[in-house]
Ligand binder design. Sequence first.
Ligand code: C2E
Ligand code: SIN
Ligand code: SIN
Ligand code: SIN
Ligand code: FE
Ligand code: FE
Length: 396
Amino acid sequence: MGMGMDLNKRGESGESSGESSHYLDDAFELNDVLSPVQRLIAIHDEIRHTQSLADVTRIAIALFDSKSRRLKTFIRSGTKDSPLDHYTASLDDIPSLLEVAKLKRPRVVDDLGMFHASPSVHSTKLLSHGFRSSLTVPIFHHGELFGFLFFNSEKAACFTDVVAHQLIPYARTIALFAINEMQQIRVLQAAVKTAREITHLRDDETGGHLDRMARYSRLMALNLAAKQGFDDEFVEYVYQFAPLHDIGKVGIPDNILLKPGRLTEEEFAVMREHVDKGIAIIDAMRRDFDLDSLSHVQMLRNIVAYHHEAIDGSGYPKGLKGHQIPIEARIVSVADVFDALTSARPYKHAWSPEAAFEFLHSAKGLRFDPDCIHALEEGMAEIRAIQAQFAESPLG
Ligand code: C2E
Ligand code: SIN
Ligand code: SIN
Ligand code: SIN
Ligand code: FE
Ligand code: FE
């Protein structure tokens, strides 16, 4: 980075006498972007400690989708066991929240138990997890409802006027970063859609391959979630980014990319460059779309850069080993090869799932992460459903 000292050169500059300045331990790199959940947790910690508001034990954002008029939980902090994970509801079914949106003002509920004659699923679930009071802040962007920010406490009447006024500036900060994150995802998706449309004009791999391998990747991430500690956010981004693994194929000449037969050694060497070309595209997009504050761009880059690496170091382009290969790339690698094998290509027939798994197992711990193979294999029923839903045309 342009600013900032090179710490390795400290002491060589001849300025070290006098000790009139010193360094803090915290390095600040713009690449160290916190994910939305991490930022929320950091702000929540600050609220609890700095502001001695220890009774605020849950903060959550629900996004509003104006097309479906539904709310879905996006991020939350607080207890590990969350009452509302994967919860979606129609805003019109929650009159009390609809009212908050109409009035465009934060609302305090001192006792959720006393609040409704017929409480919503939302407040019932909160109550069943021991929450008693809430501060609900509607978030607007360009005059449109963006979502709601919820502060909850296990104490009744936690949100006095004083507490509420202390929390509002934090609410503003949280709302701003959530809005910023969603806008950046939209920019990235638009760029990616354009790139994919261009790719599909040329590549003989159909969209079916991308639809299936994205879903295999998601299935694997879900099955690995407990062991690996993945949250909803991670699973969602793996699913969004997996279909972009081969974006670098846009840079491969037609006579190789579209060759209706086996590649020669020379041609395959050119084909392998799709990884470095993909990295260059992602880095150009980061630069040109100023995406560096989007939290999971690194995950996208890892998928593009490392989806042909192998656990034993025999992969390309870097020859990374084992856990040097990011988990998202280990997942996508298995999903990609599984789908490539079970699909017909101009140079090969489609294999059965059983034959494909036999192949994966034969390279278990050599090329592929054993946990990833098992995570896919556990989902045999889902695999068949995905294959049925995203089947190729007979000639595909
Ligand atoms: P892809 O078709 O998406 O295949 C992804 C990976 O699946 C391949 O990476 C390879 O590891 C595996 N795979 C695909 N088909 C087969 C197969 O028939 N047998 C086995 N054992 N594995 C298979 P890889 O090898 O690095 O290839 C990268 C890309 O190069 C492929 O992406 C495909 O677009 C292209 N490619 C590879 N081999 C050929 C070929 O013989 N002819 C043509 N026209 N293209 C090829
Ligand atoms: C919802 O009300 O739809 C969920 C919001 C939350 O996570 O509290
Ligand atoms: C509701 O209005 O049902 C939700 C209560 C809250 O958390 O504000
Ligand atoms: C492909 O897998 O060859 C296409 C990649 C993309 O469309 O992003
Ligand atoms: Fe590839
Ligand atoms: Fe592929």
